[in-house]
Design a protein around this ligand. Sequence first.
Ligand SMILES: Nc1ncnc2c1ncn2[C@@H]1O[C@H](COP(=O)(O)OP(=O)(O)OP(=O)(O)O)[C@@H](O)[C@H]1O
Ligand SMILES: [Mg+2]
Length: 478
Amino acid sequence: MQLSKMLSTQVAKRMILVHPPEPRKELLLSAPSDGIYLGKTRYLSTPVFWDPKKVINPHISIVGITGSGKSYLVKTFLTRASIIWNSNAIILDWVGEYNKWVKQAGGKIINLGKEKLNLLDLVGLKKRDRVKQIVSALDILVDLKNHPHERDDIEEALEDVYEKSKAPTLRDVVKILERRRKKHAARLLKRFTAEGSDFFAGKSTLNIKNLTEGGLVCIDLHELPTEEIRSLAGLTILQYIKEIMRGEGIKDKSGIRLFVVLDEAWKIANDERSDVITIVREGRKYNFALIVATQNPTDMHKTIFSNIGTMFVLRLVLKEFRDYVKNSIGYSEFIDNEISKFGVGDAAVNMIFAERQAKITTFLMNKIDGEEPLFLMHIKGGDMEVEIEKEQLMRMLYEIGLNESQISIVKMEFEKNDGFTDAEQLVAMLEKFGYSKSSIISFLRQLGIDEKNLIKIFSLVKMRKATKGVVNVVLETG
Ligand SMILES: Nc1ncnc2c1ncn2[C@@H]1O[C@H](COP(=O)(O)OP(=O)(O)OP(=O)(O)O)[C@@H](O)[C@H]1O
Ligand SMILES: [Mg+2]
């Protein structure tokens, strides 16, 4: 009895010291100009830097349940990469979840719902090669391989249309097929040319080459009418990116030139024929890196999984998903169990180091040490616009005595309008919270609004009140 008690306390003591191995410090530490800082390891608190020279390739995958912190990690990553290496990034945004952030961070949003992308644009390719690419995209999306006759018909029609017309579109291909009474083949393509989904039929308004050099770019696919059209657009853009990558030649400069981000792009990430795989296979030598984020790891093709240098496993609850990841990268039961209990931002990281002696280890990180980019709030008043960093504005509101719920009302007002609000609106809110005119004026002065514009703002506020009064009167008498 006595003995076993002693033993178990000894064991318990030793357990504290026993923890899964963490990579050697040299592998994780980097000069701030060489690597992206991400946080600290759980047990030895070693700072973790992601240095593309230390990992076997620059590709990254991120898996985790909804809300586990995938997009937050992507944002942190891209923000820091752009500071360190001036990296460009193209985010293929399926659900429109990045556009607000990209706008705030000073990047470009391309709303594909408002653009056109002519699928038949050659973008420097030989006609024959472009035909092959288009057919391969259709193989993935409409399962063309299982319709061999239609596949031949479509391929033939594509080849002919390039001979007949200088700037053909997919509509012309459909016309040819209909003329030739290839009904089935025409029907397969029609879903991409129907009224309202003629995204691929007109003259292209996008210049993908510029976008790959344009800093932070979000290609927002969510306004496209169907999942198939979104996927075809995504695949086409990847095909162009691949050509641009190959055309630029091999680079030995350090850092990453372009990050291609796919968030929940399951349809194009789980097919071997998609150019996601080509970018994974060849990207390293061109300094192109892929970041794939998904809630469901089984959506990611095995080739991607097994060829990726860095994997972040955030919280995963479903045993089936955890098993899939565990079997692919191989880590202990202990880590598996921890993954199921992770809080937001906690991660198990698997890095395959380029150094030969380095053992492949999956180690645990405490919460990713992320950063939101500077969020600028804009206040328009009179003929001026004041720009102020979000946190600073919130601090100022706190200092003049607003409580938490009042501050969040103000925050919501800005967020509703993508970071903009009218000074009159701000005044109205402060008045509602019980602030006197003089304290509001001194607050606006503090924000940098000058006297001339203060007068304009308050006369507008007065006018609004007056019209409201009129409306009320009308309502009451009516
Ligand atoms: N490391 C972190 N530190 C602090 N906050 C975090 C961290 N990671 C995520 N968050 C916060 O948690 C919330 C959810 O994160 P995020 O949007 O990144 O989840 P997600 O995994 O992308 O979810 P979904 O699959 O639904 O898109 C966000 O409000 C984000 O700001
Ligand atoms: Mg997300």
